[in-house]
Design a protein around this ligand. Structure first.
Ligand SMILES: Nc1nc2c(ncn2[C@@H]2O[C@H](COP(=O)(O)OP(=O)(O)O)[C@@H](O)[C@H]2O)c(=O)[nH]1
Ligand SMILES: [Mg+2]
Length: 298
């Protein structure tokens, strides 16, 4: 262990859609956790590593805390709650534009019993007046659950230096857990599947997106060329959803594929040939074997 080196784990928790994944990506400078305007986008614990001279912060992004509606939801809640133990600090996020609501208050009660110190951050301050930000901050301070309350905008990057300094103060002397160039523990195929799901979430409407699972069937580098072949299947829960996913004359699937390919190319730094299929798998969010296949370990 390097003399004086500091490190630690920080879990990011909060209600769905408050900007946890956006904040993680911004802190580590790379998209490691997918983002969408829909709740329930993050399904797994996603690790993001911030390495600086002399210290390392390992962030754990988690699914938003909400009442589960199926086995996948139960799994997601467990992932979020498990992340409250054995970390050096917890970062609790609220959305300034929605204020501190009942769902946040429930989670705050749970956080009061957590062992690690909890820092609260009011996110999305770019969307609200100073008065609204003040109100959210005061409400959080009044809860007497937090070591500190900060204000940030994950999208604009505001307040993130102060946040990093604050989190640094909770690190303990410890090892550099991960090498300098490692930003996440997720393998390329998991990232690729997530990027496909992100595009589908963005382009599809209504109830279809929540029931989407993406499986990578094969991912292989073509010899002698800087080209990755990716074969993937998008699973949905109903025949009707399949039609929507494919679109008129295959137009929707083509759009998802084009945008996802671009994202995967950015991630890998090489050209990608992406082949997408769509299949129906009824009620898969209640199926343990399907969940395993898509990378969730119930
Ligand atoms: N205006 C604004 N939007 C944000 C900010 N942070 C996140 N968002 C948006 O909020 C939505 C949910 O973000 P996401 O990171 O997926 O939230 P999560 O469910 O908590 O992980 C997305 O549309 C983001 O672009 C912010 O600081 N300002
Ligand atoms: Mg998220």
């Amino acid at each position: 262990m390097m003399e004086g080196y500091r490190s630690g784990f920080v879990s990011i928790v909060g209600s769905p859609n408050v900007g946890k994944s956006t904040l993680l990506n911004r802190m580590v400078g790379q998209k490691v956790s997918i983002v969408s305007e829909r709740a329930q986008t993050t399904r797994n614990r996603v690790m993001g590593v911030l390495t600086r001279p002399g210290f390392q912060i390992v962030f754990l992004d988690t699914p938003g805390v909400t009442t589960p509606k199926n086995r996948l939801g139960e799994y997601m809640l467990k992932v979020a709650y498990d992340a409250l133990d054995e970390v050096e600090a917890i970062l609790f996020l609220v959305d300034a534009s929605r204020g501190v609501g009942p769902r946040d208050e429930l989670l705050i009660e749970r956080l009061k019993t957590a062992k690690p110190p909890v820092i609260a951050a009011v996110n999305k301050i770019d969307l609200v007046s100073l008065g609204d930000a003040d109100e959210a901050e005061e409400k959080l301070r009044a809860a007497e659950a937090f070591a500190d309350v900060l204000r940030v905008s994950a999208v604009e990057g505001r307040g993130l230096d102060a946040l990093e300094k604050k989190l640094f103060s909770f690190l303990e002397e410890g090892p550099q857990y991960f090498p300098d160039d490692m930003v996440t523990d997720q393998p390329e195929r998991v990232l690729a599947a997530e990027l496909i799901r992100e595009r589908a979430l963005k382009l599809l409407k209504e109830e279809v997106p929540h029931g989407i699972g993406v499986g990578i069937d094969k991912m292989a580098r073509r010899e002698g060329m800087e080209l990755m072949d990716v074969w993937a299947t998008i699973y949905c829960e109903r025949e009707g959803h399949k039609g929507i996913l494919i679109g008129k004359g295959g137009s929707m699937l083509k759009r998802i594929g084009t945008e996802a390919r671009h994202e995967i190319e950015l991630m890998l730094g090489e050209r990608v040939n992406l082949q997408l299929w769509v299949k129906v798998r009824e009620d898969w969010r209640n199926s343990v074997s399907a969940m395993r296949e898509f990378g969730y370990e119930p």
